[in-house]
Write a protein that binds this ligand. Structure first.
Ligand code: NAD
Ligand code: UGA
Length: 435
């Protein structure tokens, strides 16, 4: 089936390469000419494990093409995905101007054949209705289309696996014709994986996405709250949360305490959901509390650093991990960057290392020293902070780290080495939620 994907970020690009890989004819569009140039050469502008290989394979077999021009490509497509960014506006609303712009551009060039416009960007409830209104406003009288909501649940770092083996596929559609086309599109994945398909109303689909991200954020903030209680009572959050999570009704995943959730999604999506509730005059205290606990997570971690080191002015601090989570180069809302910003304002000298995110960080923090490996970050430092739990840090030679450091103090913001006897190895070691 011919489909067009508009927006080639984490979601659009992953969707595009995966749909091409299961046999569809896909054109990915972006208004960033640099991205289109790179992608046309088979190079991915983002670090996402496994993505570049599928990208190259599908360019070579002719199923995947790229364009900078919506007008040129939408006419021939049966399905058009909107995958543009929907950041938070200053007032907390979702910024929907990119979605509106794309809807208008589609409308002006889509022709008269039936098409399904798919809203894959994460948007507040009732946005699809606005997209449909926009399309009808700018298209011809003969335009025949439906707008469906097909929220995306992939995680950065495992985006390809999540797309190829989804927990569920949600199709929010008020039209039989549109639903059938969406089922045809996803058929190879549904047949191979047996993934449940939820066909729901458009509004429900939009709410499923905001609801899922809000629930996951609640779990993480709960874990961070338990961590705080454990720190104050000399209990161990890993033991406590592990046992809580064994209850099947609760589940172990997303109960890891740390320096808080970051990324482009949880902070933005719960802010948008909070705004939706505010506009509906529904009490959003739960979401406010989740945000407060999340903010406190990295501040409490920094507080422990300050308590231990006393004066930070002039001290050399090594930081391992800059990305908001491992296996991505994404720095959006990364707690590591919030911590670095505070360390710098307190006069500390920061030496940082991240396997994939240093190029992006250099643009934001040119004043810090970027290291070739974790050992260089440890060299001469008076504390080492683990901010992202990259696998490559797990296997470090911690004895060598100790030799390199001026003072062997580790603040492990992700409990990466919780099962290593760091004290026995001669470190002062602080995990999260642990005595
Ligand atoms: P992104 O910022 O990485 O990518 C968005 C892309 O859209 C950019 O390449 C941008 O150049 C392009 N774009 C913007 N306006 C355009 C226009 N008028 N014409 C053509 N291209 C345009 O964003 P993302 O992380 O891929 O997220 C996209 C949406 O998907 C958001 O709503 C997000 O909440 C949602 N989402 C993201 C993830 C994730 O893990 N990143 C997961 C699920 C859902
Ligand atoms: C999240 C959701 O997991 C996806 O299902 C969703 O599609 C996506 O947002 C989105 O809507 O964009 P993502 O942000 O890529 O995915 O990454 P997560 O693995 O969810 O991690 C988010 C943040 O939470 C990271 O900073 C991570 O370190 C933190 N986290 C996660 C914890 O602190 N503790 C945990 O137990 C889990």
């Amino acid at each position: 089936m011919k489909a067009v994907i508009i927006g080639t970020g984490y979601v659009g690009l992953t969707t595009g390469v995966c749909l091409a890989d299961i046999g569809h004819e896909i054109c990915c569009v972006d208004n960033n000419p640099e991205k289109i140039k790179l992608l046309s050469q088979g190079r991915s502008p983002i670090f996402e494990p496994g993505l570049e290989e599928i990208l190259k394979r599908n360019i070579e077999n002719g199923r995947l093409t790229f364009s900078g021009d919506i007008a040129k490509v939408v006419k021939d497509a049966r399905v058009i995905f909107i995958c543009v960014n929907t950041p938070t506006r200053e007032d907390g609303h979702s910024e929907l101007k990119f979605v509106e712009k794309v809807a208008k551009e589609i409308a002006l060039s889509m022709g008269d054949d039936y098409k399904v416009i798919v809203d894959k960007s994460t948007v507040p409830v009732k946005t699809a209705e606005k997209v449909k209104e926009t399309i009808l406003r700018y298209s011809t009288e003969r335009t025949h289309c439906d707008v469906v909501s097909n929220p995306e649940f992939l995680k950065e770092g495992t985006a390809i696996a999540d797309t190829m083996n989804p927990d569920r596929i949600v199709i929010g559609s008020d039209s039989k014709e549109a639903t059938e086309l969406m089922l045809e599109l996803y058929k190879p994945i549904i047949d191979r994986t047996g993934a449940p398909v939820k066909i729901v109303s458009v509004r429900s689909a939009e709410l499923i996405k905001h609801g899922a991200n809000t629930f996951l954020s609640i779990k993480i903030s709960f874990a961070n709250l338990i961590a705080e209680v454990c720190e104050e009572t000399d209990a161990d959050a890993i033991e406590v949360l592990d046992a809580i999570g064994l209850d099947e009704r609760i589940g172990k995943r997303f109960l890891r305490p740390g320096i808080g959730f970051g990324g482009s999604c949880f902070p933005k999506d719960i802010a948008a959901f909070k705004k939706t509730m505010e506009m509906l005059r529904i009490d959003n205290a739960l979401i406010k509390a989740v945000e407060e606990v999340n903010e406190l997570a990295w501040r409490r971690f920094l507080g422990r650093v300050e308590k231990e080191l006393w004066v930070l002015d002039g001290k050399v601090i090594g930081v391992l991990g800059l990305a908001f989570k491992p296996d991505t180069d994404d720095l959006r809302n990364s707690p590591a960057l919030k911590i670095i910003s505070e360390l710098l304002s307190l006069g500390a000298k920061v030496k940082a290392y991240d396997p994939e995110a240093m190029e992006g960080a250099k643009l934001m923090f040119p004043e810090i020293e970027y290291c070739v490996d974790p050992y260089q970050a440890a060299e001469g430092s008076e504390a080492l902070l683990v901010c992202t739990e990259w696998d490559e840090f797990r296997d470090l030679d911690v004895k060598k780290i100790k030799e390199k450091m001026l003072v062997p103090v580790i603040f492990d913001g992700r409990n990466l080495w919780h099962d290593v006897d760091m004290k026995g190895l001669g470190f002062r070691y602080f995990g999260v939620g642990r005595a």
